[in-house]
Design a protein around this ligand. Structure first.
Ligand code: MN
Length: 301
């Protein structure tokens, strides 16, 4: 088992809130198709600035927003306008290209949650852009409560279809609980601690840490001495190398260059909106892409 510790990263925007990033890291790029894990809060929105990310592009991936507390307003260029709320999955498919904005609303003082990205496999990475919302039922047993937002666990299954098999579950454990999870041995798994602490397969895992478990096991044993909430992620090893830069997941440096140039051309008005477009009704200016590094971007994974 590998334990990935978070690093603090300021999120885009003028009043940048800080997130704790556990994926990607130097030693690990992917857990299944999960390729990005940003954990944030609980923060007081008036202190941290909350989430205030103006329109920005994505290509080659899906974003999954999962909140524990607070509310975020989502707008995208495919015409979707949605409120992201605790316990509800909001899954945005970028495919060949989309742009979106994410901003904290004034309805909640505290914000806490996780932003996840899913890499799309080569055969479907240029699929149409889209947006899905799913509120999984709360399922419970002795000392635990769970919401299965992607895949199947603990007798519940999400109806949301994905391009590779995936598991995504919020799980709360009461102090003293012990839970043996039956899992797919073809999957690798990640366990992220939102609050509390737990023992996974005999190793201690603290708040904010992400444990990586390799494929092969058909059960994962969790024990906690205090009240704890975790996110469990999983999927079969992705099996493709990816090139990740800014908001894009590509297969080559040249693709990244093209997608960046397309965004810059669209927001400067030098070409008509084509690949991305802009969300309607967002009050801010779109976020320009950073400058590409002077070296070629390398495939990882
Ligand atoms: Mn985004």
């Amino acid at each position: 088992m590998e334990i990935l510790t978070p690093r603090d990263v300021p999120l885009g925007g003028l009043r940048a809130m800080t997130v704790r990033r556990t994926l990607p890291q130097r030693q690990r790029t992917l857990i299944g198709a999960w390729c990005f894990v940003d954990h944030y809060g609980p923060d007081r929105v008036f202190e941290s600035g909350g989430m205030d990310v103006p329109p920005h592009p994505h290509t080659g991936l899906q974003t999954a927003s999962w909140l524990f507390e607070g509310e975020i307003e989502h707008r995208d260029s495919a015409g979707n306008h949605a409120m992201v709320r605790p316990g509800e999955l909001n899954l945005m498919t970028a495919g060949s290209g989309i742009s979106h904005s994410e901003r904290t609303t004034t309805s909640a003082d505290i914000l806490a949650g996780i932003q996840l990205w899913i890499a799309l496999p080569d055969q479907s990475r240029f699929t149409d852009a889209g947006f899905e919302h799913y509120a999984p039922p709360l399922i419970e047993g002795p000392g635990w409560r769970a919401r299965v937002f992607l895949g199947s666990l603990l007798g519940d299954s999400s109806p949301v279809r994905t391009h590779t098999p995936l598991l995504g579950v919020e799980l709360s454990l009461d102090a003293g609980a012990r839970l043996d999870l039956a899992v797919d041995p073809a999957f690798e798994h990640g366990v992220l601690v939102d609050h509390g602490a737990l023992e996974v397969e005999g190793r201690q895992l603290r708040r904010g840490e992400l444990a990586y478990l390799e494929p092969g096991a058909d059960q994962i044993l969790l024990t906690v001495s205090q009240s704890t909430r975790i996110l469990l992620l999983g999927g079969p090893p992705f099996g493709e190398q990816i090139v990740m830069w800014w908001n894009f997941i590509a297969r080559s440096h040249e693709e990244i260059e093209q997608w960046r140039a397309d965004w810059q051309a669209e927001i400067s008005g030098s070409t008509a909106h084509s690949r991305y477009g802009l969300p309607e009704g967002d009050p801010g200016d779109p976020l320009p892409a950073p400058v590409l590094p002077g070296v070629r971007l390398q495939p990882r994974g």
